[in-house]
Design a protein around this ligand. Structure first.
Ligand code: PEP
Ligand code: MG
Length: 589
């Protein structure tokens, strides 16, 4: 039976493929295809891991003291039995044999199948055995990790697509949740679409999905419960719908849509070398948002005239306590700067916190264990100022990279003038240290993100202290409307058209422009064609977005007359419903 599951559209396009269900806790399990010739070795690796776990369990049983509870021994027996159960052992092997999944992936895929069966059991005792199964699988996964091709550095750097071994099915990841850091590893993965139960439109998971330019739906509540391993699914990333087991007619309809989208993309791509100039001759700067230095190539390919936001915190995620030091950071920033060949690269100092936490081990080492309200807590520049050594390392790395191109340093979540003084002092100290070491650096511009309403309201006081400004609309909306951007339960209230939001954005653009400071928008609004004209009308001439969004925004810019739109702005912003007022005045649907 075909089922539709509704969520939030976060990354456009259509994906059609088989569902790969992954438990949130196992999203970081390696997912890759193996070559047909590697199948016997992969099965042997699985067998070895199973044997290792069996030995572990037997040893544990022997260590149980005589007087210990008999239940403990019985429990270990249950684990041994589950380990050898055909439903786990043989079926896992089948995923390797038939689908060429790597052993870890095969194991977790089969766990999802069995977990569902346990959930459906009437008998309480049997239902509770699911936890035992999970523990057993966890042990096998750990054993596999010890011999993984990833650990040995042999995991393919480019994912092998299913068609490379004769299969045609695309794969779609379905999970309750995916952390932004885990999402990052899917940048070079086998998945062509994502669906998660939780998440908001501008959660960082959604942002990374958009940066990968693959269809995604988040906040789909029940998705991971409804879909079963290997079901056929369609993701409609424009409507925010996942269709499970579609009928042949629906499938054909979506295949047609997919072809149309491809044609449209190819058409837009032809604009990549066209300068972004409006009908009335206003030049507009279209910059790229990136997460990793490797994304710089996509930025250039899309026709970006620089990087407007490099979210450096992604270098700090998934590090298991081993955070990147000055040298490693320097090499990453240098790589991005060199890739941009003289175009400006705006690198944001780490914005750790909120929905981008460090892993537990790193937090523990830094003694940042307990956060009551992460979005309002030790996040972004607050975190950096609380970790002066790490901040100094990052500033030195950024300065050193400036010797290789044009670097602009952007500070997230500025709200207090006292922070400004500390930032400036930190930058000066970093320069002095480099001078003492005899290491080269150039002038770097210092910018502030305006993403807290207080900062937008006090923009005049900030103007003298910074060379440029970048409006982070994702957070500005979150903090203005008191809506957690990652919470699907309040996603309907997360409204970029809210008059208060528009007024803060306009105020910031007007004041910064009047003071002769450059101002950009780097939040998701910049890459959403629905806002291009209204932002141009506010006087914005610099937009930063995911590379994949650049051509669509450029098309809007090329067709816009800023004078015409500017005349409509004040009425629209003053209206109770600016969206309706703007659209009817601008003649948009
Ligand atoms: C923003 O808040 O708009 C922004 C660009 O930063 P981030 O999405 O990383 O918080
Ligand atoms: Mg932000």
């Amino acid at each position: 039976m075909s089922i539709q599951v509704f969520g939030l559209p976060v990354s456009r396009g259509v994906a059609i493929g088989r569902a790969v269900l992954v438990a949130s806790s196992r999203v970081d399990v390696a997912h890759y295809f193996i070559e047909p010739a590697q199948v016997p070795e992969e099965i042997a690796r699985l067998r070895r891991a199973r044997d290792e776990v069996a030995e572990e369990l037997v040893a544990l049983k022997q260590e149980v003291p005589e007087d210990a509870h008999a239940e403990l021994v019985a429990l270990l027996d249950v684990h041994l039995m589950l380990l050898h159960d055909e439903m786990l052992a043989d079926a896992t092997k089948q995923w390797i044999l038939e689908r060429h999944y790597n052993a870890e992936w095969a194991m977790s895929a089969q766990l999802e199948v069995l977990a569902r069966q346990f959930d459906d059991m009437e008998d309480d005792y049997l239902r509770e055995r699911k936890a035992d199964l999970e523990q057993v699988v966890e042990r096998v996964l750990r054993a596999l990790m010890r011999t993984s091709r990833r650990t040995r550095g042999e995991e393919p750097t480019a994912p092998i697509a299913p068609r490379d071994f004769g299969g045609d099915d695309q794969l779609i990841l379905v999970a309750n949740d995916i952390a932004p850091a885990d999402m990052l590893q899917f940048k070079r993965s086998v998945f062509t679409g994502f669906v998660t139960d939780v998440g908001g439109r501008t959660s960082h998971t959604a942002i990374v999905a958009r940066s990968m330019d693959i269809p995604a739906v988040v906040g789909a509540r029940e998705a991971s419960r409804i879909v079963r391993q290997d079901d056929w699914v369609i993701i409609d990333g424009d409507a925010g719908v996942m269709i499970v087991n579609p009928s042949a007619i629906v499938l054909e309809e979506y295949r047609f849509r997919q072809r149309q989208i491809d044609l449209e993309r190819a058409r837009l791509h032809r604009l990549r070398n066209t300068p972004a100039v409006t009908l009335d001759g206003e030049r507009v700067e279209l910059l790229a948002n990136i997460e990793l230095p490797a994304d710089a190539a996509a930025a250039l390919e899309a026709g970006a005239v620089g990087v407007g936001l490099f979210r450096s915190e992604f270098l700090f995620m998934n590090r298991q306590g081993n955070l990147p030091g000055e040298e490693e950071q320097f090499l990453s920033y240098k790589a991005a700067v060199e890739a941009l060949k003289g175009l400006p690269v705006t690198i944001r100092t780490v914005d750790i916190g909120a929905d981008k936490p460090l892993d537990r081990m790193s937090n523990h080492e830094l003694r940042h264990e307990h956060t009551l309200n992460p979005a309002l807590g030790l996040r972004a520049i607050r975190w950096s100022l609380a970790e002066p050594d790490m901040f100094a390392q990052q500033l030195r790395a950024l300065l050193r990279a400036s010797a290789f191109g044009k670097v602009r340093v952007l500070i997230p979540m500025v709200a207090h003038l006292s922070e400004v003084a500390q930032i400036r002092a930190g930058l000066e100290a970093a320069k002095q240290q480099l001078q003492q070491r005899g290491q080269a650096f150039s002038d770097v511009e210092l910018g502030a993100m305006i993403e807290i309403p207080a900062a937008a309201l006090m923009i005049r006081s900030l103007l003298p202290h910074f060379d440029f400004f970048s409006i982070g609309t994702n957070d500005l909306i979150q903090y203005t409307l008191a809506i957690d951007r990652a919470d699907e339960a309040v996603a309907h209230l997360y409204d970029p058209w809210h008059p208060a939001v528009l007024r803060l954005i306009e105020h910031t653009i007007t004041e910064a422009t009047a003071a002769g400071k450059s101002v950009s928008v780097c939040g998701e609004m910049a890459g959403d064609p629905a806002f291009t004209e209204v932002l141009l009308a506010m006087g914005l001439r610099s937009f930063s977005m995911h590379p994949a969004q650049i051509s669509a925004i450029k098309q809007r810019v090329l067709r816009a007359d800023t004078k015409h739109f500017a005349a409509l702005l004040s009425n629209a912003i003053a209206a109770d419903d600016p969206q309706v007022a703007w659209r009817s005045a601008a003649g948009q649907r």
